[in-house]
Write a protein that binds this ligand. Structure first.
Ligand code: LMR
Length: 293
């Protein structure tokens, strides 16, 4: 739907043809093409500016995102190797879970290939912002269009840390509201997994969130100088090497970090930040170890 998409290349190991035929009937400027199987992957990536990786398996009820590590790590690794070989300058959006580990894996793969640019590798956490905005607007009776809640940390359970004290428009929350909203935002993915009862995890809201992040990225690539999004990237904001926070996007990728989001946190948020660090660090270390084994 975005006028900024000139070509849309779709890749999968099967069933691409039907999706291509279906999408190609939309009267939008995007030229849709399909690529099936590893032998066609390189052609699908050549000349591409932005790659979105939602590949892999979803959770079933009772599973954590980390339970997907063993299957999804190998899939993401081989896709990123192909990106490095065929479109080394492309921006990469990683949706595959566990995002907290997949981004470090991708970074290690790109480093080995000598093409790592930390400004162009992103873990997609937009759905956490989408959820936070929706739940806060509902709770406070605000106009959705105006609500903006930054979410920092990572993309799993307690590593998802909504900064309700930084909500725009500014609003007051009781301690009970803060705890309930934080818990719902942190477990939004699980809410969908349980409702789907074995048939997968969020796909439609994730597609909506990913479309927002792609659109923002393409606007930045196109020269818009006023693009900010929360995303999980290489970071020096904390002692952790990867961390989600609001960044400024520009033509070359991450152009800056909205450091003020981490200033003057509430005591609840400060505690949440300290609590998430060991879990996020373990996920990062697990990804790095996998990529280097
Ligand atoms: C989500 O947040 O909905 C996704 O990360 C999928 C999941 O497993 O929760």
């Amino acid at each position: 739907m975005s006028p900024l998409v000139s070509h849309l290349n779709l890749y999968d190991i099967a069933n691409v043809k039907g999706v291509v035929a279906d999408l190609s009937h939309c009267n939008t400027p995007a030229q849709v093409a399909g690529f099936t199987g590893p032998e066609e992957l390189g052609d699908g990536l050549k000349g591409v500016d932005l790659v979105v990786i939602p590949a892999g398996v979803p959770r079933k009820p009772g599973m954590t995102r980390d339970d997907l590590f063993n299957i999804n790590a190998g899939i993401v690794k081989s896709l990123v190797e192909a990106v490095a070989d065929n479109c080394p300058n492309a921006w990469i959006h990683i949706i595959s879970n566990p995002v907290n580990s997949m981004v470090p894996i991708a970074a290690e793969v790109l480093k080995k290939k000598g093409v790592y640019d930390p400004k162009k590798l992103f873990g997609v956490t937009t759905l956490d912002i989408v959820r936070a905005n929706t739940f806060v607007a509902e709770k406070k009776g605000l106009r959705l269009i105006e609500v903006d809640v930054p979410v920092i940390g990572g993309h799993a359970g307690i590593t998802i840390l909504p900064l309700l004290s930084k909500t725009k428009p500014a609003c007051e929350f009781t301690q009970e509201e803060i705890e309930k909203l934080t818990d719902r935002i942190q477990n939004g993915g699980t809410e969908v997994v349980e409702a789907k009862a074995g048939a997968g995890s969020a796909t439609l809201s994730m597609a909506y969130a990913s479309a927002r992040f792609v659109e923002s990225s393409l606007r930045a690539l196109d020269g818009d100088s006023d693009v900010y999004e929360c995303t999980y990237v290489q970071s020096e904001l904390t002692e952790l090497p990867y961390f989600a926070s609001r960044v400024k996007l520009g033509k070359k990728g991450v152009e800056g970090f909205a450091t003020s989001d981490l200033e003057n946190l509430s005591p609840f948020e400060k505690e949440g930040l300290e609590k998430l660090k060991p879990e996020l660090k373990a996920s990062i270390d697990k990804g790095i170890a996998f990529a280097n084994k």
